[in-house]
Design a protein around this ligand. Sequence first.
Ligand code: ADP
Ligand code: MG
Length: 620
Amino acid sequence: MADIIQLLPDHVANQIAAGEVVQRPASVVKELLENAIDAGASNIKLIIKDAGKTLIQVIDDGKGMSVTDARLSFERHATSKIKTADDLFQLDTKGFRGEALASIAAIAHVELKTKQEQVDLGTAIIIEGSEVNSQDVVVTPKGTSVSVKNLFFNIPARRNFLKSNAVELRHVIDEFHRVALAHCTISFAMYNNGSETFNLPASNYRQRIVNIFGNKTNEKLVPVEEDTEVLKISGFVGKPEYAKKTRGEQYFFVNNRFIKSAYLNHAIASAFDGLLKSGTHASYFLNLTVDPQTIDINIHPTKTEIKFDDEHTLYALLRSAVKHSLGQFNIAPVLDFERDSNLDTPYDLNKKQTLEPVIEVDRGFNPFKDSTKSSEGTSVKSSSFKKETSANWESLYVGLESKGNNEREDFSEVQFESQESTASMFVDDAEVEQVHTTYQLHNKYIVSTIKSGMLVIDQNRAHQRILYEDFLKNMTIKEAVSQQLLFPLQLHFSVQEIQILGQLKEDLEHTGFVFSNVLVESVEITGVPISVPESEVSIILEQLISDVENEVPDAHFSATDLLAKSMAKSLAIKTGQNLKKDEQEHLVNKLFACKEPNVSPTNKTTFVTMSVDELDKKFI
Ligand code: ADP
Ligand code: MG
């Protein structure tokens, strides 16, 4: 039989390699920006069209390439950055694989213009799908410009796989931020569809962070500096009160290279132990400098993971440096490693006033009365007792138009919206007296009785469903009630975040938000939906922005629906929250007044039932 193995032609090999290096426009942005930095540029410009799907161009004023180098730069494994394997352990450049330009040229239309300082004329090369179409002598300034057009033109499957422009642009901006943060002494500019998105002059690190994330960031930053033999740390952590619901602003750089490390992230999180509200994450912008010999950046093709020789020591140093800074700047008491963490008061308790414990007594309780029959003793008195406490929890449901103050009435009045099947699950009015019981299990589930057996409701999902339908209704009828704030609320966001808010403004207004002023980096809010506590506003909007950025499915994007889902998620009663009897009952009633009580807004089961028959079977 004939031999069947053959070497793949270069353009095929390049296309395969491209699959690893180039996942989306943002990957190209990263490679080109890093090449510009390696070339010693002091000014770097990034130009994007259609989130990089149509054009990605990077222009630098670095050292440029000779005619031969320009041609060679598109060959696979062609690099000027390492010569021997030993160099891998002394890396001071971003690139070293010599794969990027070859891969990009295999799957796009690329135009390179480059000139070295000492020569008069430069070189222009046009290469499409690994084929060099032209090579010319051109007049061009010192440095290099690489344009990448029609990414994935020859791999339609990959092109179709790209997300919406909003999502791809988010990834591009993320890469741009990472590179710009790691090199504050280089000036960067970014243009998107012809307008300037960022203009970052060369500056110090604090200024760079502020230029990217907005002026208000300045007051959030706490410096961290530590210089030891194995590790130098410098940078900033965000003050705990500015911690965010999303993990957006968390940056580690090791020897000026952005990395992700769950382990080191944990070191920071533990330094903030007890200082953060639950569910929030501290921001950080930290540069670690270590001996290049002690790290291996080779383990991941897209190079955001790194292997350290001695992670444990780094962990301890990082944690103590951050703790030290928080202590030094009076953000936290200086804490001793050995100290029992139970002694630390959680941060969110600091500001709360201590209340005397309230002892609740059911004055209507009479052990000698027949509880099912007597309407006077139990029912009337206990409901008047209940009325005293109801004011507290009802605030949770304002805007959910609760009917009547007496929840006994409320209960019997519930309309089960046409759905007979759900209605019949509940017992008749006559029996209500007997089974007027709900029980909360593990601060998570509400157990209740129904005609045929029992019902177990997931409190968080059920409340999401209730709020979701309510917000949707308000947005469609456009007459939500708004609650005027005594003092306008000034909230700060980045430029992109404000753009997203701008798109959602109208829908937000239909839910009851009132925006009195939208500026470049902040919004002023004078009214909020009745159901939204003022303290939650910034968290809700942050969550919303991040949902829009991350979860928007392309075509079927309905801003209204997303907004309702996001707000319902933010505001719903959480798992772990203790609910009083009245609250439990209210939740059950409200759920079954919903149009689709069976599932949460994200299509998860809200309740399960078990019939007496099923129970009986278990007891055979
Ligand atoms: P790597 O960066 O891993 O070496 P690339 O494919 O990204 O591989 O680039 C190949 C080579 O092309 C680089 O080693 C460098 O010599 C040259 N090069 C690429 N971009 C530039 C640039 N902007 N300025 C100068 N030289 C560049
Ligand atoms: Mg490179």
